[in-house]
Write a protein that binds this ligand. Structure first.
Ligand code: ZN
Ligand code: ZN
Length: 180
């Protein structure tokens, strides 16, 4: 099976070691080639919502990303943003992605531990990137709380899950890939 190309793009921060940590591990969970785009991307001011304490409206960011002319045709794009985000009808989200699409976003603000702990932050970010990547492959949410594709409403739920998909999600993923 041909691996799928994925690019990780930092937004509003330059902690390349965080991206490297994620990029090295994702191929252990999915059939992917990962590269890191160290140029990063600036989040445009219009996607910040003044009425929500400057949180990013995630749908607006994804709409913006679709319009940006810099992405390779054969690549899935995951933006890792050092800010807080929400989606319509939510108070906040850890991340969002187009199901079976090209663009995913992960927000770091609520993944940061109260006391600085890079290892914990990196593992949490890895889980959320892995979750959004699963959506980009066409996976839905999973009811197994250990599976990375389970839906996390709280940071405790993020901490409880593994960073890889469960066997049943992996089986679905390979079926979806074979249908391409
Ligand atoms: Zn999800
Ligand atoms: Zn699962």
């Amino acid at each position: 099976m041909e691996p799928v190309n994925v690019v990780l793009v930092p937004a509003n921060f330059i902690e390349i070691s965080l991206l490297e940590f994620i990029g090295e591990r994702l191929p252990e969970a999915y059939p992917v080639n990962v590269r890191i785009d160290e140029r990063g991307i600036r989040v445009p001011p219009h996607v910040y919502d003044k009425e929500r304490d400057g949180m990013i409206k995630s749908e607006k960011l994804i709409t913006y990303l679709r319009a940006v002319d810099r992405w390779r045709l054969d690549e899935k794009v995951i933006i890792i943003v050092d800010d807080d985000g929400y989606a319509t009808n939510t108070n906040f989200i850890f991340g969002q992605a187009e199901v079976n699409g090209k663009f995913g976003v992960v927000y770091l603000a609520r993944l940061r531990p109260y006391e600085q702990d890079d290892e914990l932050l990196y593992v949490r970010a890895l889980k959320e990137v892995s979750h959004e990547l699963g959506h980009l492959f066409g996976l839905d949410h999973c009811f197994n709380p250990k599976c990375v594709m389970s839906f996390s409403e709280t940071i405790e739920e993020v901490d409880r899950k593994d960073w890889r998909p469960c066997n049943s999600c992996l089986e679905k993923l390979f079926k979806l890939m074979a249908m391409r």
